[in-house]
Design a protein around this ligand. Sequence first.
Ligand code: PLP
Length: 263
Amino acid sequence: MSPSTPFSALTIAGSDSGGGAGIQADLKAFAAHRVHGLSAIAALTAQNTRGVTAVHVPPLDFLQAQIDACFDDFDIHAVKLGMLANAEVIHLVAGILEQRRPPQVVLDPVMIATSGARLLQDSALQALRERLLPLATLITPNTPEAELLLGRRINNAADADDAADALIGMGASAVLLKGGHLFEGNRVIDRYFDGVTREEFSHARLPVDAHGTGCTLASSIAAQLCCGLSMPNACEAAIDYIARGLQGGYRPGHSEVMVLDHF
Ligand code: PLP
């Protein structure tokens, strides 16, 4: 690899035909961080800013071929996992990651879109817990996703701290528990914990209905890791990236939903 060749980041996630979330957001974020972006499409959604109208999961052997093609040729430093749709996809992806062992695996446990669409079958939760959490160098749940993973409610700051601890107990190396669904004053607090370091990243709550922020946050973290940042610094830098992206955000469709500007 020549010195000017960046590391590659691979997203294994769902496609958003509306261009705001999923694979499309991930590749824009990778490019904005000057990281070479690779993609393996685990699910296709027919989607716009109003919602999801259809989901198609490609055959497993085709997903495997996409992932193998990437690992066989590129120096993949970080893998970002997004919408994986069902247990069969999760088992396949986990098996490949166990074999290929990329240095970083950032798991965004995508379950339900902001629009309410289900992006992961209920029956896949157990596979996510047992197969993917132990492989994740970071998991980035919002509070509803953490509640489903843990099977308990998160109502306040103490519950959120306990949830971060419990997710480490379930095998993730680090957790960034996003606080957007918790109301702790007019600021949002994202909690980072890796078993040793505990940090709180507080930022202003912007009064906008935004699409694709979770996907972009996880892919921005994966890209920052490719650039050599430590895990807590990568999380902080990615949170800042989202805040700037929202400030320059725009409404590409005919609903009120905004997407991030990537720069
Ligand atoms: N569509 C796809 C393919 C996704 O991966 C995600 C990610 O969470 C979403 C939609 C949901 O995006 P949001 O909840 O930000 O609208």
